[in-house]
Design a binder for this molecule. Structure first.
Ligand SMILES: NC(=O)C1=CN([C@@H]2O[C@H](COP(=O)(O)OP(=O)(O)OC[C@H]3O[C@@H](n4cnc5c(N)ncnc54)[C@H](O)[C@@H]3O)[C@@H](O)[C@H]2O)C=CC1
Ligand SMILES: C[C@H](O)[C@@H]1OC(=O)[C@H](O)[C@@H]1O
Length: 260
């Protein structure tokens, strides 16, 4: 088991990629603290999602807690780490994953959409990483932080001018934190998923021609599943990746390299 008796925090763990990270971590032997934001879940009609994830982890024989909160608020990370330590005694791994992607055209983008996206995706990753790293430093046993960046850190999107800079920022955050936290044995890496079928892009991919376009562009011939990303997060979080820090792993079925 790659994460036997580790304690893993996952942000944005009630649905999609975060949910898959939480379950994959438990399957590899970890206890899991799951952050989520019910306002976001409700906007997808998914009020009960978190209880299903907790039940699934408990069925795997591991412990799980849910800690609701908006990661854009600095205090959310602090409370998340405190409640995790109260429940499980320590923090070994942070999967900083919570994110939003409200597709919007650039020229008429309201400041509120930009600010919300930066607040959740970039500021949220910063605050949660800082809170977890402080705890890991205090424990003195090292740790691993894996952030969910995106292929969008490397390429643009016409309806994502507010989003792609946050994903580049998350990758950059991990690079700087790898330097700042390396002396404490804390490794910091990111995964860069391609197009993964989740609620985040369900509306966008409901456009059959767009979906077919992506499937054609992906050398492996299919959209990604949340589990494809989760297994890579588990690897980077585990001791198998003990000499990997400041790295980014594309998990995109080859989409990025497919120019022609
Ligand atoms: N789906 C995709 O194709 C890709 C997704 N990503 C990234 O993966 C991450 C997860 O995305 P998905 O699983 O697709 O999304 P999703 O919409 O399926 O799940 C989002 C999760 O984040 C939580 N969340 C949303 N706003 C939050 C907030 N303010 N505070 C705390 N939690 C909040 C929700 O409760 C939910 O658990 C995001 O950072 C996204 O940018 C990156 C590349 C591709
Ligand atoms: C939501 C999009 O389909 C998805 O999000 C990303 O980060 C990828 O670049 C895709 O565009």
């Amino acid at each position: 088991m790659l994460l036997k008796d580790k304690v893993v925090i996952v942000t944005g763990g009630s649905r999609g990629i975060g949910r898959a990270i939480a379950i994959a971590s438990a399957r590899e032997g970890a206890d899991v603290a799951i952050n989520y934001w019910s306002d976001n879940d409700a906007s997808y009609g998914r009020r009960s999602a978190i209880s299903e994830v907790l039940a699934e982890i408990e069925n795997l024989g591991r412990r799980a807690i849910a800690v609701e909160g908006n990661v854009a608020a600095p205090q959310t990370g602090v409370d998340l780490v405190r409640q995790t330590v109260e429940a499980f005694g320590k923090v070994d791994v942070l999967a900083s994953n919570a994110g939003i992607c409200p597709f919007h055209a650039f020229l008429d983008m309201p400041p509120s959409v930009l600010e919300r996206t930066v607040g959740v995706n970039l500021n949220g990753a910063f605050y949660v990483t800082q809170a977890a790293a402080r705890q890991m430093k205090e424990q003195g046993t090292g740790g691993a932080i894996v952030a969910t960046s995106s292929i969008s850190a490397l390429v643009g999107g016409g309806m994502q001018a507010h989003y792609t800079p946050t994903k580049a920022g998350v990758h950059s955050l991990m690079q700087s934190c790898a330097i700042a936290l390396g002396p404490y044995g804390i490794r910091c890496n990111s995964v860069m998923p391609g197009t993964i079928a989740t609620d985040l892009n369900a509306d966008d991919l409901a456009d059959e021609s767009k979906r077919a376009y992506f499937e054609k562009r992906i050398p492996l011939g299919r959209l990604g599943a949340p589990e494809d990303v989760a297994e890579c997060v588990v690897f980077l979080a585990s001791d198998r990746a003990r000499y990997v820090t400041g790295a980014a792993l594309l998990v995109d079925g080859g989409l990025f390299v497919n120019l022609q």
